[in-house]
Write a protein that binds this ligand. Structure first.
Ligand code: 13P
Length: 249
């Protein structure tokens, strides 16, 4: 049985003091939560968030990283640096990174491997745009994004990774994919991984992201291949996030 994982992607919100206050609130809700819990604050708050989460079930993720270990890459941070400050996870390939910063499938694959080489657990984000969905390309696009990583990293690497399906048209729009729409893609992702390694296919957690709210979470998480959520806006409010976590039984 896969334990659910509820992750909050805070994007470019929260100063350090706000981040610490939010972690403290989330910790209270996390005490009895049936799921694993992860928060991804902005880079400036990672150190403080790790300190605030210490000794609690709340793990901390970075929202991004560079694939090189160090070097002349102004403005970037490496997996080794994230590991050094106590991050356990890192998001790679979020659609905002792909769309706004031109991150390619190949770049995302390099980040995925670099994260694992430092002992970080990558959360590989995949998902189609509205145009792609309307053009019936959803499964092809998501397959391509997944295969780009599988091809270079190998299926075994998914034993220590998480996948997040986030349809771009559902992110920040209030328009959640229906449980059936999400399940269809999650099932395809799992089948693709299981086709290469049945054990890893059965174990890998596949999160849904895109306008998840407390009111929609339970229905989504009841689907057989949805193992939790990657939550944006609703993760910035401790009470709403706690209700999402509580619904992940
Ligand atoms: P929203 O929950 O705000 O739609 O954001 C989803 C997301 O991008 C999480 O990574």
């Amino acid at each position: 049985m896969r334990k659910k994982l509820i992750a909050g992607n805070w994007k470019m919100y929260k100063t350090t003091s706000e981040a610490v206050a939010l972690v403290e609130e989330i910790k209270k809700g996390a005490a009895g939560a049936p799921s694993d819990i992860l928060v991804a604050p902005p880079a400036t708050s990672l150190v403080a968030a790790v300190a605030a989460a210490k000794g609690s079930p709340v793990a901390v993720a970075s929202q991004n990283m560079h694939f090189e270990k160090e070097g002349a890459f102004t403005g970037e941070v490496s997996a080794a640096m994230l590991k050094d400050v106590g991050c356990r996870y890192v998001l790679v390939g979020h659609s905002e990174r792909r769309q706004l910063y031109g991150e390619s499938d190949a770049l995302v694959a390099r980040k995925f491997m670099a994260a694992q080489s430092q002992g970080l657990l990558p959360v590989l984000c995949v998902g189609e745009t509205l145009e792609e969905r309307e053009g019936n390309q959803t499964l092809d696009v998501v397959s391509r994004q997944l295969e780009a990583v599988l091809a270079v990293s190998g299926v075994a690497s998914f034993g220590t990774a998480v996948i997040a399906y986030e349809p771009v048209w559902a992110i920040g729009t209030g328009r959640t994919a229906s449980p059936e729409q999400a399940q269809e893609v999650h099932a395809m992702i799992r089948a693709k991984v299981a086709g290469l390694d049945a054990t890893i296919g059965g174990l890998v957690r596949i999160l849904y992201g895109g306008s998840v709210k407390a009111s929609s979470a339970q229905e989504l998480f009841a689907m057989p291949d949805i193992d939790g959520g990657l939550v944006g806006g609703a993760s910035l409010k401790a009470d709403e996030f706690a209700r999402i976590c509580a619904g992940a039984g």
